[in-house]
Design a protein around this ligand. Structure first.
Ligand SMILES: Cc1cc2nc3c(=O)[nH]c(=O)nc-3n(C[C@H](O)[C@H](O)[C@H](O)COP(=O)(O)O)c2cc1C
Length: 233
């Protein structure tokens, strides 16, 4: 409702099974709750709602449409395509994973972040707070050098995040981790030194189609499911 009141053209709703920063509520409940919040008495939403978190095929697309969404957004599924520029060794790491191989960690950047369960993530989870903050400050410094941002700009951003009450200073310092750890894992392919954001849906994916093949197969399955559902009407 807040985003709609800002005049956004559409809203993407990402349920807890989704990859990257995520919340505790599953798509099956978050999606209808957002649709209900934005709908008028006839069930029509004021802006299009796009469902995300756990989608990978035509069945999911039809399910999202049935909830009243206008479509789906996918992160992990597009990462695992032949068109994705993520190094092949990293894609293979994802393809080996099952449905229980992701974890929501707050130790990467202080916010709940769904990532592949790796040795690095387990070490972050069990490591000391002081060591985690020192590593985060080092990453914030590297991020500053990479982007050419000034310390004053970073501090000003941190202060406004703190003021809005969304994060503690510990979370703000740890925010420096995310870009550096994602870059190490997803761009440089260093799976031991970087984090690999991933949705639980990784456990349903075992191929690397092109984006065109993927969309075509999603649409073929979606049409087949819609045709099968007509028998209920
Ligand atoms: C590797 C990866 C990186 C992501 N990075 C971001 C990001 O920088 N900003 C953002 O808003 N969402 C990010 N996301 C979340 C996606 O935009 C999307 O909402 C999410 O992947 C949907 O869930 P799914 O992975 O089950 O498809 C990322 C997801 C993944 C898998």
């Amino acid at each position: 409702m807040k985003v709609a009141s800002w005049g956004a053209d559409a809203v993407i709703v990402q349920g807890g099974e989704g990859g990257g920063h995520t919340g505790p509520v599953a798509t099956t409940l978050l999606l209808p709750s957002v649709i209900d919040a934005l709908a008028d008495d006839n069930g029509v939403t004021s802006i299009p709602v796009v469902a995300a978190g756990g989608f990978f095929d035509g069945r999911g697309l039809v399910a999202a449409l049935a909830y009243g969404a206008e479509g789906v957004a996918m992160g992990t599924r597009f990462l695992l395509t032949s068109d994705s520029v993520v190094p092949d060794s990293v894609k293979q790491e994802y393809l080996q994973r099952g449905l229980s191989d992701t974890v929501v960690s707050t130790k990467v950047d202080g916010m709940p972040h769904r990532v592949l369960r790796t040795e690095l993530v387990e070490a972050l989870e069990s490591g000391s707070r002081v060591r985690a903050l020192t590593a985060a400050a080092r990453n914030a410094n590297e991020f500053k050098q990479m982007t050419g941002m000034r310390w004053t700009t970073m501090l000003r951003d941190g202060r406004s995040m703190k003021k809005s009450g969304e994060r503690s200073w510990q979370q703000i310092i740890m925010a420096g981790n995310t870009p550096m750890l994602l870059k190490a894992g997803l761009v440089e392919g260093n799976t031991e030194a970087g984090v690999l954001a991933s949705g639980q849906v990784v456990g349903m994916i075992d191929d690397l189609p092109s984006c065109a093949e993927l969309i075509e197969s999603i649409m073929t399955t979606a049409h087949a499911r819609l045709a099968a559902l007509r028998t209920y009407i």
